[in-house]
Design a protein around this ligand. Sequence first.
Ligand code: AMP
Length: 141
Amino acid sequence: MAYDPQNVFAKILRDEMPCIPVYEDAQTLAFMDIMPQTDGHTLVIPKAPAETIFELAPEDARALISSTQKVARAVKAALDAPGVILAQINGAAAGQTVPHVHFHIIPRHEGEPLGLHASQLADPEKLKGFAARIVACLGAD
Ligand code: AMP
């Protein structure tokens, strides 16, 4: 299927919609998930227009996983999380809801429930607080 340039992450990349950013470089952007499954749930996207991992050029895939590793390290430290889920969903049949490829970084603590996927908007002020902690940990990298 053709890439839809009106998807929400494409709009964020064009500054047509706001996000709460934590990291950006020439090829990728990371920001807080507005409907987090746990505190600190962060997304990493390539700037290249690709719906799924399968349309992504190898150099953009490399940049995406490299940024995901870097940001996940900071999320883990910022949330003091003993575990972290990295998830990447391809296609509506698999549960993808935004048609621009992305990695989910979901910090995990023993016994903490995992929220439902893309179901409940979080308080933006709370998200900004987590973002500041993640940015501080990225700075200490
Ligand atoms: P997926 O279902 O794997 O495509 O994941 C899409 C994710 O994007 C979900 O976890 C949503 O909560 C999240 N999301 C949707 N709209 C926004 C937005 N405007 N800013 C940040 N995260 C979003």
